[in-house]
Design a protein around this ligand. Structure first.
Ligand SMILES: Cc1ncc(COP(=O)(O)O)c(C=O)c1O
Length: 366
């Protein structure tokens, strides 16, 4: 049996362990800003919906309950500006990481097919291409400069992890027009769409981008960050019904069902914008404090107009920065985890408690 894991990139987080140990030895404890995992409570309305659906003895469906599909369509129309969507335009997935890693294979891509993704980027786009046996193609700048030969899937990620960069409607529209002309499927990972700070992120489903048609387009959304539901594994796709119908057929055979109580919780979360506004306030305050502290320490912040990260540089190798901040008890992610373009940056997440962020601000402010 050939080893599948041998096709995958080296899992880099182990390299951070010595720096984590240094940071953990700080007298006032570690402030871990290296991972973007939510730390604030699951909204009360969502917990109630989960508990109310606890008695769910039967199998759930892969497509989700009609109530969940209504909630997905409602959210998309309200938050992305898309119009005229129906249940065929949406599909729940069990967290978006699962989808990102399995999408190329589930679409039947393989040897001879190319899958393009931005660089630097969330590493799972590459993993998905490699798991399918397709060729991973990182791109810098505009994807319209790519050779479209053999290109079957084009990932977009705005707002971006790790840079926080937001692509404008005109830029996105250009990509969509180009991809449609070349028969390339655009899959747009928009899991930070509701976390814009200095820019208003726009979805590929917005009519200014897609011209009112979902043809050749799929948006990926996640409730992990906007609703503190990373532990629930709740995400969904919205877009071209031909693509989603095919995925639904494949995922039914594979039994990729979101648990019924999570479906109920997700429907409740999507109908409630109040907790998102509340969570945004928390992040905005943490972001402002960390930003000022990093700037005082000589960092330049690039992009970072949205998402849960500050993309910071002191124009030195990222591991030097990781080591220096580690000595202050603050752990950050080296930019080269996201590709060579990040080798002089670090990614600073603001997903830590107010108390821990305040500790980091005190230690970093010069
Ligand atoms: C760009 C991007 N896509 C997808 C994910 C996966 O999110 P989840 O699997 O929790 O939906 C993340 C998580 O950090 C991310 O940053």
């Amino acid at each position: 049996m050939s080893s599948v894991s041998a096709r995958l990139p080296v899992f880099p987080w182990d390299r951070l362990e010595p720096y984590k140990a240094t940071a953990a030895a700080h007298a006032d404890g570690i402030v871990d800003l290296s991972v973007g995992t939510p730390v604030d409570p699951v909204p009360e309305s969502v917990r109630r919906a989960l508990a109310a659906a606890a008695d769910s003895p039967g199998y759930p469906t892969v497509w989700g309950t009609p109530a969940l599909r209504d909630a997905l369509v409602g959210w998309c129309e309200r938050r992305t500006g898309a119009a005229g969507l129906g249940h065929g335009n949406v599909l729940p997935v069990i967290g978006s990481k699962e989808l990102v890693a399995s999408l190329p294979a589930q679409l039947g891509l393989g040897a001879g097919d190319r899958v393009a993704f931005p660089e630097p980027a969330y590493p799972t786009y590459e993993v998905g291409a490699r798991l399918a046996g397709a060729e991973p193609v990182p791109y810098h700048g505009a994807p319209t400069a790519l050779d479209p030969a053999g290109l079957r899937l084009l990932w977009l990620n705005s707002p971006s992890n790790p840079t926080g960069r937001v692509l404008g409607a005109a830029e996105l529209r250009e990509v969509v027009v180009w991809a449609r002309a070349h028969g390339v499927l655009v899959v747009s990972d928009e899991c930070y769409l509701e976390l814009g700070w200095e820019a208003e992120p726009v979805s590929v489903l917005h009519p200014d981008v897609c011209g009112g048609s979902t043809e050749g387009l799929v948006a990926v959304h996640s409730l992990s960050k906007r609703s503190n539901l990373a532990g629930y594994r709740a995400a969904f796709l919205a877009g071209d019904p031909a693509v989603l119908g095919e995925l639904l057929a494949v995922r039914k055979h594979a039994g990729m069902m979101m648990p019924a109580p999570v479906q109920a919780a997700m429907a409740a979360a999507l109908g409630d914008d109040a907790h998102v506004a509340e969570q945004r306030e928390r992040y905005a305050a943490r972001r402002a404090g960390l930003r000022d502290a990093l700037v005082s320490r000589g960092f330049r912040i690039e992009h970072s107009e949205a998402s849960l990260y500050l993309w910071a540089t002191r124009d030195e190798p990222c591991w030097d920065t990781v080591a220096d901040l580690g000595k202050q008890g603050v752990l950050v992610a080296p930019g080269d985890f996201y590709g060579p373009a990040g080798e002089r940056f670090v990614r600073v997440a603001f997903t830590a408690t107010d108390e821990r962020v305040a500790a980091a601000v005190r230690r970093l402010t010069v």
